[in-house]
Design a protein around this ligand. Sequence first.
Ligand code: FAD
Ligand code: UDP
Length: 385
Amino acid sequence: MYDTIVVGSGIAGATAARILAEEGNQKVLVIERRAHIGGNCYDRPDAYGILIHEYGPHIFHTGDETVRAFLSRFTEWYDFGHEVVAKVGDKLIPVPFNLNTLHMVYDKEKADYLEQKLIDEYGEGSRVPIMKLRENPDADVREIAEYVYQNVFLYYTMKQWGQKPEEISPEVTGRVPVVISRDNRYFKDKYQSVPLHGFTPMFEKMLDHPNIEVRTNTECRDVLAFADGGILFEGLPYEGNVIYTGALDELFDCRYGRLPYRSLDFKFEHLDEDSFQGHSVVNYTVSEDYTRITEFKFLTGQRDTDGTTIVREYPFAYTGAEGEIPYYAILNEENEALYQKYRSLTTGYPGFYLLGRLAEYKYYNIDAMAAKAMELAAGLMREEA
Ligand code: FAD
Ligand code: UDP
């Protein structure tokens, strides 16, 4: 029998499984409904041999030494400073909006003046969420804020969320603050990388342990059931732990209605040219119905390719229809209350743990997710001891 059953083989499930199997010497079963492991980090070569990220561009970025060290056991890294530009009119401007961007959109005299003003107001190197910048009483600062709001956030956010920046959680737009420096990198973290040979081989190594069994193409509900007072595994009472990383509403047949999510339609295209856009990611912040285009060879550093493969991301409201994937929890009080209602259904099952972007209905990055999984696994091992 298994000590722990992990539902989902994304970064949350794979991290927890590895630690419990290795450090806790537990027998772990990982159940995955997809035909492959890795969750949304999954990547694979396309028909042209170009490594693509099937569920959108993923960059591992972190300042967390423990997480970095843990994952480094399973991969070498291709380290780079991830940069993003936004297409505004005929210009490509750095995002997050920073002092370099300021100098691209205003003439030198005005940009110098505004730069000094931002530095005096917030300090060099600071990172100011757009919704905070807009509240500044100074008319010059508000002029910059208005430019950034209109040209970087408004239209992109409408596409991504179907709502204006002021209608969504400030946590979301706060991920891409205005940066009072000349750093063009999208993230501020010390490490910004992709696994040198791809995410999938990294996951394969993580899950390659004698105490771990992985079953892909296996739907949780087909093997696990909640019975009065306990959990059944393949029809029999199960006494071990379950770590569930899927969507919580699905587990209970959406009995209170669906938890709202945003989804994405990824449209891949292979082009018989050396380079399409010369950048890994271009955000379309004032035009088009897709949010961004990723050109994979510039993200992964792959050199040995003929042609190039790109992907466009088209957001839409998740309905739960066959084939749709819930990508982003929509963070607000109403949805959190619904989430908590579902969560309360799990309290009668002491060995049942919710972990992950879906199961916790949160907006986690890879590193935060791995850290959370490490914390949960450590806690479970302490309980065991
Ligand atoms: P997932 O990766 O979603 O894994 C959950 C797994 O559980 C899936 O494989 C799923 O098939 C399986 N599952 C679910 N339900 C069931 C069930 N009932 N039965 C069996 N299996 C089930 N983070 C970054 O740090 N950097 C980035 O650049 C970045 N880019 C992103 C881009 C996009 C478009 C998106 C959507 C997310 C991005 N993220 C990024 C976030 C990152 O994807 C998540 O932090 C991470 O994937 C969360 O891991 P997880 O294990 O919680 O979930
Ligand atoms: N955002 C925007 N314009 C941009 C980049 C980001 O409006 O050019 C907003 C948008 O609301 C987005 C949020 O900031 O959903 C967070 O961006 P991030 O790049 O972190 O999103 P992710 O990569 O997780 O989809």
